[in-house]
Design a protein around this ligand. Structure first.
Ligand SMILES: NC(=O)CCC(=O)C(=O)O
Length: 260
């Protein structure tokens, strides 16, 4: 059985959640019209990296963005995954949230590795829980941008059974070669699908690289966007993971007596 992915590679209005929510509503409806069943948006798509104004623009997980995503997921019977700027009390997080077909938030993952080059550690708290979740019958995981540079963190999710890795990002154009190679490497070494959504456009500090991408468990790029706004549609069959893991059984051949 296959799954139709819709990856919304969009620009982000800096520090303007209302504009971004309007844009996202339009893009999500377009993705549904194209047959998308699982819809992915970029990292912190409601705010961008306007971190110094998070006291004003971040929101609790029952705020207007939660209401929008829950409404669209339930009305269109789709799964919607992305990260948003979360406020909890006086603390702020970069939080991956997944809304299922019932409009329920079925997963919350707070970015574990804060990215210093974009000042995350000055404004955000890091998370310490994994991002595993069920996509129907398929165990998968979600992580955020800089997290993909930590193969041991990704492997931790795979050891819980994940067959697919969803990645949301605001990854600058200057390092887009790292973006592609890291994602392809995570797919090969974990024999899983990697489904990654980057933003496009620019903010006062960075120009972003697009190249949202889907990589299969063999490391083959099965879909890739360019450098402009687009909805990347890719159909995947998660059952291909088992065949590849039988062909080269890395999870059976691991040596936990030597390493974790
Ligand atoms: N938003 C991010 O975490 C960016 C990570 C990044 O650009 C990198 O090179 O790593």
């Amino acid at each position: 059985m296959t799954t139709n992915l819709a990856i919304i590679q969009m620009d982000i209005a800096y520090g303007d959640p209302a504009v971004n929510r309007r844009q996202a509503r339009t893009h999500i409806k377009e993705a549904v019209a194209k047959g998308g069943e699982v819809i992915l948006l970029p990292e912190m798509w409601t705010t961008g990296y306007d971190l110094s104004r998070f006291d004003e623009i971040a929101e609790t997980l029952d705020g207007p963005t939660h209401q929008l995503l829950a409404e669209l997921a339930e009305n269109h019977q789709v799964t919607i995954a992305s990260s948003i700027a979360e406020r909890e009390g006086e603390d702020f997080y970069n939080t991956f949230v997944v809304y299922d077909k019932n409009g329920e938030c079925c997963m919350k993952y707070r970015k574990a590795h804060l990215f210093r080059l974009m000042d995350e550690e000055k404004y955000l708290k890091s998370g310490d829980q994994q991002g595993n979740f069920q996509l129907g019958e398929t165990p998968v995981a979600g992580v955020i941008c800089y997290d993909i540079r930590f193969p041991e963190w990704i492997r931790t999710h795979m050891l819980e059974g994940a067959r697919g890795l969803f990645v949301v990002a605001e990854w600058p154009k200057s390092r887009v070669a790292h973006w592609r190679n890291l994602l392809i490497s995570r797919a090969i070494e974990n024999q899983c699908f990697v489904i990654a959504c980057n933003r496009v456009g620019a903010d006062p500090n960075n120009e972003f690289g697009g190249h949202s991408i889907v990589v299969d468990p063999w490391g083959t790029v099965v879909g890739e966007a360019g450098e402009n706004e687009e909805i990347l549609m890719v159909e995947v069959d998660f059952s291909r993971v088992e065949a590849i893991r039988e062909q080269i059984p890395i999870f059976q051949d691991r040596r936990p007596d030597l390493y974790k």
